[in-house]
Design a binder for this molecule. Structure first.
Ligand SMILES: [Zn+2]
Ligand SMILES: [Zn+2]
Length: 256
């Protein structure tokens, strides 16, 4: 593994370690490219304070700190600065406007909620309501169609407990859309490490059948998570089983 674009920082309130420790760990693990993609600050008009992302006031420090490390470590490792963001239709334009003031190089699409976190459903909650699954897929499709996202983080995050035939139908829509738009899908190491509902085997079979490409993503919330050879082997085996090519690096889609 030479690149990981999915790395968090302490600002999201559920990750730990200094940015420098992540960089040092990445170098020790043999990565050539390290992308930071912490949970984006989201400027909600009603002042909603999110419990799992950095505050808008922290953006300055986030981009400045990592820009400093990018320069300091140039020649040892290529560092990129992005964010992981949901596609919240009502607030997405405001998000782009907000981020455009900073040296933000890329966005990962991590759709943690349907609608948005003030009036929607957390995608990680177990559900057998088809409307939730359909809405999740609709939003991922709409997010990809903006052309702003470099790839989809944990595309199979939605915790579906209902009929597999229903899952097949909606995830085929998602995968066909991703393949048509040429947006890669992430095999998420956090889900693999913790035995979460993702990566979902049916999802990756469908991804293979519909001609998708995978990206490996550590989704590191601790520096040690960049040391991931066992998880990497499991992820590569899954991709190989379903004939999904793994992209070792990805071109960063311009967010603005
Ligand atoms: Zn997180
Ligand atoms: Zn993440």
């Amino acid at each position: 593994m030479i690149a990981n674009y999915h790395t968090h920082t302490w600002r999201c309130k559920h990750a730990s370690g200094t940015e420098r420790t992540y960089v040092e760990q990445a170098i020790a693990a043999g990565l050539k490219i390290l992308g930071f993609s912490d949970h984006t600050p989201y400027p909600f008009p009603d002042g909603h304070v999110s419990g799992f992302r950095m505050a808008p006031e922290q953006a300055e420090d986030y981009f400045a700190t990592i820009s400093g490390l990018k320069q300091e470590y140039a020649g040892q490792i290529e560092i990129h600065i992005g964010v992981e963001a949901e596609y919240y239709p009502a607030h997405f334009d405001a998000l782009l406007e907000f981020l455009s003031a900073y040296p933000c190089e890329y966005l990962l699409l991590g759709q943690h909620f349907t609608n948005d976190e003030t009036d929607g459903v957390y995608a990680g909650w177990a559900t057998d309501e088809e409307a939730v699954l359909a809405r999740y897929v609709d939003q991922v499709l709409a997010g990809m169609a903006t052309g702003r996202f470099t790839y989809v983080a944990h595309p199979d995050l939605v915790n579906w407990q209902g009929s597999r035939q229903v899952y097949e139908g909606h995830m085929t829509r998602l995968c066909k859309g991703a393949a048509e738009l040429g947006v890669p899908l992430e095999l998420n190491f956090l889900g693999l490490r913790e035995g979460r509902c993702y990566p979902d085997r049916d999802f990756w079979r469908i991804a293979g059948e519909t001609g998708n490409r995978a990206v490996l993503g550590c989704d590191a919330h601790q520096p040690e998570s960049l040391n991931c050879s066992r998880t990497e082997a499991a992820a590569r085996a899954l991709a190989a089983e379903f004939g999904v090519p793994v992209l070792e690096t990805v071109p960063l889609a311009k967010p603005f």
